[in-house]
Design a protein. Sequence first.
Length: 201
Amino acid sequence: MTLSAFIETYDHPGKVVLLMGKRDVLPADKPLVIALGRLLAQRTQHVRFRSGNAGGADTDFFSGARETETCIPRLEVITPFDGHRASYNEGIQTTSLDDLNLLEEERVVYQSALNAKTKHLIKPFVNGKGGKINLKAGYIIRDTVSVIGAGNGQIPPADFGIFYTDLKNPDEGGTGFTMKLCRINNVPLITQRIWFEWLNQ
């Protein structure tokens, strides 16, 4: 997909695009991640951009986007709990899992449990059992909500995903799981294999 095709397809009111990725951004790639956020902000007028407020790529994408003042109201963040990395939160609209009744989000719970490493932690977290170990489930549920939405439309599903990932191990970690959810739910996505080229278009 070219940059112009992306803009033509997704720069419309109501569209939501994920800007997410690995916490470990290669030093040489960091300026490019920031540059993409800046480019998308400058070239779009309507689409909303969503991140999970994680360090690394999420923060870098949004730091570039915030340079365009008119884009700031279109930045939204989904967090695993209230106050998550509050001093780094670049989103104007922030929704945390604390704002949702996860007991009513059967689809979110089911798809979150597709992560084999945290499957056993999902139900305890949803049932209000916190703790450092179960908190890992909160990050996975945050990623699931980012993709499929929640709250009967309070958080609409994503329409497209733009990711920065480890190209050698793209299925690893939270980013890999989020990309997996995109594929399961027919949300088109690209990685830097594509969007690096956008920076020269």
